[in-house]
Design a protein around this ligand. Structure first.
Ligand SMILES: O=C([O-])CC(=O)C(=O)O
Ligand SMILES: [Mg+2]
Length: 429
């Protein structure tokens, strides 16, 4: 099976002798000497001077406004760890494919051979005039926190670390719906977050923003529970979630927990731990490709379980593909100067809402005829649901306008929604 996947994946990446997954396509005619004189010298000097005089014109005369940089230094590629900048390129090209396919956004993927966060910040800042937004990807913690925070301060365009916020947004949507299904409220649930890397910290923060009580969260890292007064392996981010409780191991933390969020390693959760959780437990086991507890083992251990993974071959896939294309679509369309907490929450709420709508036949067809309806095995929408952009991009754009970060606010939301449907038509044929 794995060998088969390796063969198919490598063949896909050089299909028909074409290396890689993306290419650059001109959008203007270039067939004649006259076209050449406009696209290139001497004509091109005119938009140069126009942009020098009025930088806003870059959004009119160049592709800046629909172009996102997907930038990685390869230090935390998927669950594969630090494999170097060059080896991250297939993932970054893949993100480019998804930006285009799901939100009609163009991407330059940029793999930067630089691990020093200060130098990486300088490099991204220097590159930023080219782009309407920057999606940071697969940069390891804790450096990723500083890189994103500094860039947000110094760049006038949206900067978004996908692995932190993308994962958190989709997981929050899933958490809200899973809790609704089992009749629990976010303010009451006890949560275990296993993994204190970029995604773990960001999920915990967003759970709190969604209504989970901070004191109801126990966070663990490879050294066990993160508790107040722990000396080893602490960071300011971990300190924020250090528990006052006496629990010290993952197994102790799991007793009576309602919700487990795994962003850690395969097979660290046992059947016994699952059995010790509260009634109707929710387990998001996101370690890829092998979750914190094997799917079959988990569902055969507890029939009252709601289980989600990062994988596409089981129900309830929690993956950031449901986030970044649509969040940037909304942000770019209102020319948001940044991506705010309100925009992230709007994205999560939009996804949670869409999962409750009945699912069109086209979506079921894309998933081999599987029937989906809101419930234990369908808590978040599918990426191949053409309505995701209508729900999520519109919600994000609206939130940007409400929060005052939109340089070009939209007023006619129905027209905007319709324009998105039209824009995406070519991809859904
Ligand atoms: O690429 C994915 O499927 C999700 C992701 O960002 C990661 O694992 O780093
Ligand atoms: Mg990633």
């Amino acid at each position: 099976m794995n060998d088969d996947l390796k063969e198919r994946a490598l063949a896909y990446h050089c299909l028909d002798g074409v290396p890689g997954k993306v290419s650059v396509v001109p959008t203007k005619p270039c067939q004649t000497a006259s076209d050449l004189g406009l696209a290139y010298t001497p004509g091109v000097a005119k938009p140069v001077l126009a942009i020098e005089e009025n930088p806003e014109d870059a959004y009119k005369y160049t592709s800046k406004g629909n172009l996102v940089a997907v930038i990685s230094n390869g230090t935390a590629i998927l669950g594969l760890g630090d494999r170097g900048a060059l080896a991250s390129k297939p993932v970054m090209e893949g993100k480019g494919v998804l930006f285009k396919r799901f939100a009609d956004i163009d991407v330059f993927d940029i793999e930067v051979d630089e691990k020093d966060p200060d130098k990486l910040i300088e490099i991204v800042k220097a590159l930023s005039p080219t782009f309407g937004g920057v999606n940071l990807e697969d940069i390891k913690g804790p450096e990723c926190f500083k890189v994103e925070q500094e860039l947000i301060k110094i760049c006038p365009i949206p900067i978004f670390h996908d692995d932190q916020h993308g994962t958190a947004i989709i997981a929050t949507a899933g958490m809200m719906n899973a809790c609704e299904i089992v009749g629990k409220t976010l303010a009451d649930i006890r949560v275990v977050v296993n993994g204190a890397g970029a995604a773990g910290i960001s999920c915990a923060k967003m759970f709190v923003a969604a209504g989970v009580k901070r004191e109801h969260i126990v966070m663990c890292d490879s050294k066990g529970v993160i508790y107040k007064g722990r000396a080893k392996g602490m960071t300011p981010e971990k300190e924020e979630f250090a528990t006052e409780r006496e629990v010290r191991t993952l197994a102790e933390a799991m007793v009576d927990a309602d919700f487990f969020m795994g962003l850690s390693v395969a097979d660290c959760v046992t059947a016994e731990m699952l059995l010790s959780m509260a009634k109707d437990p929710v387990v998001f086991a996101m370690s890829n490709p092998n979750p914190e507890i094997d799917y079959e083992l988990a569902v055969s251990t507890r029939s009252d379980l709601i289980m989600a993974t990062g994988r596409s071959d089981y129900p309830n896939q929690i993956n950031n593909v449901l986030g970044f294309p649509f969040i940037f679509r909304g942000a770019l369309d209102v020319r948001a100067s940044r991506i705010t907490e309100g925009m992230k929450m709007a994205a999560a709420l939009a996804l949670a809402k869409l999962a409750k709508e009945s699912v069109p036949a086209s979506v079921e067809k894309a998933y081999g005829g599987t029937k989906f309806s809101f419930g234990r095995n369908y808590i978040v929408p599918k990426p191949f649901d053409p309505r995701v952009i209508e729900y999520e991009a519109v919600a994000v754009a609206k939130a940007a306008c409400e929060e005052g970060v939109a340089l070009h606010p939209i007023t006619d939301w129905e027209a905007y929604r319709a324009s998105l449907v039209k824009r995406m038509e070519k991809y859904w044929k």
